[in-house]
Design a protein around this ligand. Structure first.
Ligand code: AMP
Ligand code: MG
Length: 419
């Protein structure tokens, strides 16, 4: 019998770092980027706020009506039966009524119109009987009803958004309601992306014999196309230690993060780890995750370095589980919508070895009762990108889990809110 080396077919392979440890070590090493830029509010969705936003006005700026109806004095509300009020004018949004309102009278008022001085209740027009120049009200009305108070949304002097807030459409509207036109946001993260491999050709070019098209850089660029990231495309780098060294060293001088794919295994042409060792620091390079076991993490010059695997599914899985949290921490993002995780019943048996986290690709749906159901997308090889393209969710089988039987509950992460 030949004495074998540790490999991905072993149940317990030495030197593999559990997923949660790897993520913890990554997060502990990351710098927060400093620096900010002033941008127009219209371009700020998806950026991260650099400083607190303080309200310098009240929103709404004056007490106003929440409905279309009639404004009058609460003391005119009858105890029983009904009473009549003369309509002596009207208040529209943006066109206030400035006259005096005597007792036993009312003003026609529209939604958003400033409440005139005096009245302290608004009745919906649907709740009164309307005659030519007067209305009849009953005793159902209460003081303060249908009135929006000055500053009830935002008070002057109040901090309305904190630094680190990842800006959503609602935040943009909120700042617009304060009259803000420009804000300071954290600067963009500069991410350099390289594909490594002698076999790789650019889509559009002819493939050489034995060649394949580079898909990893395209998946990654697509995943990183967002308002807070500046992508630096380093192209395809051959399996040549000097060329890799040159490209990574150069990128390390201006990028905040370098992402390379391929060349991190133990093959004859896998140089990424040795280049990282030579030129920077390697924190670890093997993680107990499938797909994605060869994952190098370290630093080159100013840049955080991720040597992602070469297999296209492994690239995306390690991107979502390790790189994305790292990016968001470096950008100091704190307030961001959470990606949901849920439990679903799996519709087939799943083979799983304890001792590593497995991220299978699934199709999440609901059964007749409305319970979550998940099936795999078929063949789960780490080179089968279609397994990811067909999926709408990850099936997460954690470190200790063994084989799973059809009908068991598994953890699922829908892509919605995650990708
Ligand atoms: P490696 O880790 O370099 O041995 O690559 C593992 C597998 O992924 C090999 O089959 C490579 O051909 C493939 N691969 C590496 N890089 C890419 C890429 N950029 N696009 C598509 N496939 C790739
Ligand atoms: Mg390779």
């Amino acid at each position: 019998m030949i004495e074998t080396q540790p490999s991905c077919t072993d149940i317990f392979e030495s030197g593999l770092m559990p997923c949660s440890d790897a993520l913890r070590r990554i997060m502990a090493r990351l710098p927060h980027i400093s620096g900010y830029e002033r941008i127009s509010l219209q371009n700020a969705c998806g950026r991260t706020l650099h400083e607190p936003v303080i309200s310098h006005i009240n929103v709404p700026p004056h007490t106003n009506s929440a409905v279309d109806g009639y404004a009058f004095y609460a003391e005119d509300i009858p105890n029983s039966n009904t009473t009549e009020l003369n309509v002596i004018g009207q208040a529209l949004a943006g066109k206030p009524f400035r006259g005096n309102i005597p007792k036993v009278a009312c003003v026609r008022i529209m939604t958003g119109a400033e409440l005139p001085a005096g009245p302290d209740v608004v009745a919906m027009q649907e709740h009164v009987r309307i005659y030519e120049n007067r209305i009849e009200i009953d005793n159902r009305h209460k003081r303060g009803q249908n009135i929006r108070l000055v500053g009830e949304d935002l008070k002057c002097g109040e901090t309305v958004l904190q630094p680190g807030k990842w800006l959503t459409p609602a935040d943009i509207g909120l700042m617009a309601s304060l009259g803000i036109t420009e804000i300071n946001v954290n600067r963009k993260l500069k991410v350099a992306i390289a594909s490594t491999g002698d076999e790789l050709c650019e889509p559009g070019d002819l493939t050489s014999p034995g060649g394949i098209y580079d898909s990893n850089r395209y998946s990654l660029i697509a995943a990183l196309t967002r308002p807070d990231i500046e992508i630096i495309n380093l192209g395809i780098i051959p399996d040549n230690a000097e060329k890799l060294l040159e490209a990574f060293n150069q990128a390390g001088r201006f990028a905040d993060m370098i992402l390379s794919t391929g060349g991190v295994s133990v093959g004859e042409a896998d140089f990424t780890k040795s280049v990282l060792q030579h030129s920077g620091q390697v924190e670890f390079w093997k993680v107990a995750i499938k797909p994605g076991r060869p994952l190098a993490f370290g630093q080159i010059d100013k840049a955080v370095f991720f040597g992602l695997p070469g297999n296209p599914v492994a690239v995306l899985v390690t991107f979502y589980y390790f790189v994305l949290p790292a990016i968001e921490q470096m950008l100091s993002i704190t307030g961001k919508p959470v990606a949901p995780t849920l439990k679903a019943r799996v519709s087939e048996n799943l083979r799983k070895k304890p001792g590593r986290t497995e991220i299978q690709r699934g199709i999440l749906s609901r059964d007749e009762k409305g319970d979550w159901l998940v099936a795999t997308t078929g063949k789960q090889g780490s080179g089968i990108l279609r397994s990811m393209s067909l999926a709408n969710a990850f099936i997460v089988l954690d470190h200790e889990t063994g084989n799973v039987k059809a009908g068991d509950w598994v953890t699922v992460q829908p892509f919605a809110g995650f990708l």
